[in-house]
Design a protein around this ligand. Structure first.
Ligand code: 5CA
Ligand code: ZN
Length: 409
């Protein structure tokens, strides 16, 4: 599918720093060392109830990763999927009496608009689950033929015990895995499975549900994890730099994806780092489609909220923190946007070279966006109270805030 238009990323003087970031698999900070072309896969939406602030916060984190890499003069090869067929999407379409494909198309279009408005860099490959099916089928066949997958009443399951590294992404114990599997799309209680945690790779066609030709697998549709594996392997290959998503994807989704890919290729790791963003809450509970406690980016935009303020509201929270969306968060962001715009609209100001280095340093340190905002706040305050004579400074600050934080002043 097509992605969305890219906003231009201004080049800055000097060079950015290498990113140190928290890697879930090793449980600590690692310095990412991509080649000249950095490779990143960020799990995309399941297209209904999009784009809520939780989604936007997660995509903001991975947009920052790319902006840091671009600032180090690397190219970025970014891939994202759209889970445009899966149980929750079909259930929502059924509940609302809509065609599932129309729902997916409409919500994906809305997501593209929101991402464009928020100045999120687009993926080079934006791939739907449905269009990935021809690539998924041979992978499932191969897993079955090598004994890493098995059939159960026509469905095909992946055997987690076939991957010696299974558990190496999330490090959860078996009981936690079992609970999370039941909560997040798995079926640990289904009788006949070799291991209760085994996830489905291919679901045989069910009455009244869409299905596709699966070659020797028979008609059906793909499981969730193999979707991202097929897309990532095709467009990035093994050992890409970062797989990203919200913290609720560490298990089972990223754990299972890693195991699928490792069993398929005999290589380890699937991704060199697994990076997870915290969860955004509303009214004390995680913003989620199932609870319906959602604030939509498009609704805020319709109310006339400047997307740059939405972006600043996201940036005011560290990406790994769980945080709560409130009216105050938005008010503070609007206030900050006003102060920054006033500061850069003057013809001159205090020198800003050190500020650029501060923003770079903050982001390189596990994407500390709040520290970057505080640094810009200080420059804007000096501008307000003392001013300055550097004629290049306001322009440099605008370009740095745009290039590194995705905020257009
Ligand atoms: N299609 C799959 C990934 S392959 C999926 O999880 N889709 S999603 O629409 O449910 O979520 C899209 C992304 O938003 C995921 O990375 C998820 O972790 C993240 N996300 C969902 N809810 C929140 C939230 N409340 N706060 C932060 N991130 C969230
Ligand atoms: Zn995914």
């Amino acid at each position: 599918m097509h992605a969305w238009p890219a906003s231009e990323v201004p080049a800055l003087p000097g060079k950015g720093r290498d990113l140190r970031i928290h890697d879930t698999a090793t449980g600590g900070r690692v310095t990412l060392a991509p080649g000249p072309v950095a490779r990143i896969y960020v799990c995309g939406i399941t297209p209904y109830d999009a784009t809520h602030i939780g989604h936007a916060a997660t995509y903001n984190a991975f947009d920052l990763v790319q902006r840091v890499w671009l600032d180090t003069k690397r190219q970025v090869h970014y891939v994202q999927n759209v889970t445009d067929v899966d149980d929750p999407l079909l259930e929502r379409a059924e509940r609302d009496g809509q065609d599932w494909a129309d729902l997916a198309e409409r919500e994906t279009a809305l997501f593209r608009e929101d991402m464009t408005a928020l100045r999120m860099l687009p993926p080079r490959h934006y791939i739907g689950a449905v269009e990935a099916i021809p690539g998924i089928v041979p992978l499932v066949e191969r897993l079955r033929d090598t004994g890493a997958a098995y059939e159960l009443d026509g469905d095909v399951y992946f055997s987690v015990d076939s991957d010696p590294h299974f558990g190496g992404v999330s490090h959860y114990g078996t009981e936690v895995m079992r609970t999370l599997s039941a909560e997040r799309g798995g079926d640990p209680d289904r009788p006949g499975k070799k291991n209760p945690l085994d996830p489905m790779l291919w679901m045989a066609a069910r009455d009244g549900e869409p299905s596709w030709d699966g070659g020797s697998l028979g008609r059906g549709r793909p499981g969730w994890h193999i979707e991202c594996v097929a897309i990532a392997l095709e467009h990035l290959g093994m050992g890409f730099d970062v797989q990203g998503g919200g913290s609720d994807l560490a298990f089972p989704h990223h754990e299972m994806g890693a195991s699928h890919a490792q069993a398929l290729t005999g290589e380890h790791p699937f991704a060199r780092s697994y990076v997870h963003a915290g969860m955004v809450a509303l009214h004390g509970e995680k913003m989620s489609k199932s609870k319906g406690n959602l604030v939509f980016v498009s609704a805020l935009r319709r109310d006339g909220v400047d997307p740059a303020a939405i972006r600043l509201a996201l940036l005011a929270h560290h990406y790994r923190a769980d945080w709560e969306w409130t009216g105050d968060v938005l008010d503070e962001a609007l206030d900050r946007l006003g102060r920054w715009r006033a500061a850069v609209s003057r013809p001159d100001g205090p020198p800003a070279d050190a500020l650029v280095e501060e923003i770079r340093g903050a982001l390189a340190d596990d994407l500390d966006a709040p520290a970057a905002l505080a640094a810009v706040d200080r420059w804007a305050e000096t501008q307000r109270t003392e001013g300055g004579t550097d004629e290049g400074a306001p322009g440099l600050v605008s370009r740095a805030v745009d290039a590194l934080l995705g905020v257009a002043l």
